[in-house]
Design a protein around this ligand. Structure first.
Ligand SMILES: Nc1ncnc2c1ncn2[C@@H]1O[C@H](COP(=O)(O)OP(=O)(O)OP(=O)(O)O)[C@@H](O)[C@H]1O
Length: 317
């Protein structure tokens, strides 16, 4: 990952939700950095904290500890300028669209809100940018008159209207028909290229992460366990959990194969985050777990290929 200052970063972030009766320890000391013109994928099972991290990055709610930094500066209270830079794209495109108003209204509103020219030409240009053409025709439709993929394109156009430098995509294709998922991924890749956007792509599908991203981050039960250049993480996964994810996602292009998991790959449930296992939260499912793993979370070990992991198997101390 590059040396330059990240556009947006979560630094050593912890998030606990206090629900009154109990505390959900959703994220523990997690760091993730997004760079201009790069796509980072965040992968992990359901409940690993991916959405929570995206929402912290988008400043939907405050961190329990740690920092969110925009171009190196700590963001203490999000304002209009922050949302001019950071936009979220949800799993369900309806979440960010006013379903009672036409596409053009939805896009125009975002343009106006951030002080950009909001005439028809500006609206049509954005629709064309997300491959909705003829733009004038799509502009006059209501969200429910579109297919899921078209609706997600409108949601992306609406996010782009703000001219952000960061786009956070929370499972942006998982509700779409399989046949058009690739189109939307390709659109995101093109926007990264053409607009120099920093992109976060959240998914539980490590194969699509490999397809789209430059960097991959792997999270398990609220702990960040591995990260690095996508090919290093895929071809030489260091953390047993990453190996498990790969083993349960067959990929003919991946060289070799691991591991101690083939027999046990689907066994085990992610732990409770109210009373999570101490140490490395993966240890109850890990066939390589040592005593140390049960008591303390390991420091990061870095590798020559640019990847890193937090795993006692790779730490001599
Ligand atoms: N507002 C909240 N109050 C209490 N607990 C919460 C809240 N938001 C999230 N959690 C809990 O935090 C944990 C992480 O949830 P999160 O939605 O971030 O996971 P995820 O990896 O995005 O999963 P999914 O893929 O299912 O969306 C879960 O145990 C969830 O129940």
């Amino acid at each position: 990952m590059p040396e330059e200052t990240p556009v947006l970063a979560a630094e050593d972030v912890t998030k606990h939700f206090d629900t009154g009766r109990q505390t959900v320890r959703a994220l523990e000391n997690v760091t993730l950095r997004l760079y201009r013109g790069r796509i980072a994928a965040l992968v992990g099972e359901s409940g690993s904290g991916k959405t929570t991290l995206a929402r912290l990055l988008a400043q939907f709610y405050p961190v329990t500890s740690g920092e969110i930094r925009l171009r190196g500066e700590v963001v203490s209270r999000p304002d209009k300028d922050f949302y001019g830079e950071v936009q979220l794209v949800f799993q369900d495109p309806f979440a960010s669209l006013n379903s009672l108003r036409k596409v053009e209204h939805n896009v125009r509103r975002a343009l106006k809100l951030h002080g950009h020219p909001a005439d028809d030409a500006a609206v049509h240009e954005l629709l064309a940018k997300v491959n909705l053409s003829p733009a004038a025709e799509f502009a006059r439709k209501l969200p429910h008159e579109l297919s899921g993929g078209q609706r997600q394109r409108v949601a992306i156009a609406r996010a782009l209207a703000v001219r952000p430098s960061v786009l956070l995509g929370d499972e942006p294709i998982s509700m779409l028909d399989v046949s058009i998922r690739l189109d939307v991924l390709n659109l995101l890749a093109r926007l990264r290229e053409e607009e120099g956007l920093a992109l976060l792509y959240i998914t539980h599908d490590i194969a699509s992460a490999r397809y789209l991203s430059d960097d991959i981050y792997v999270m398990y039960a609220g702990q960040m366990v591995e990260g690095g250049p996508a090919e290093s993480v895929i071809q030489e996964p260091k953390h047993p959990y990453t190996q498990l994810l790969l083993d349960s996602s067959p990929d003919p292009e991946r060289a070799g194969g691991s591991s101690a998991f083939t027999a046990t790959a689907k066994l085990g449930e992610p732990p409770s985050l109210v009373d999570p296992p101490p140490g490395c939260r993966f240890h109850p499912r890990c066939p390589f777990a040592k005593e140390q793993c049960k008591t303390s979370f390991p420091p990061r070990t870095e590798f020559a290929d640019g990847s890193w992991t937090n795993c006692w198997l790779h730490n001599e101390s």
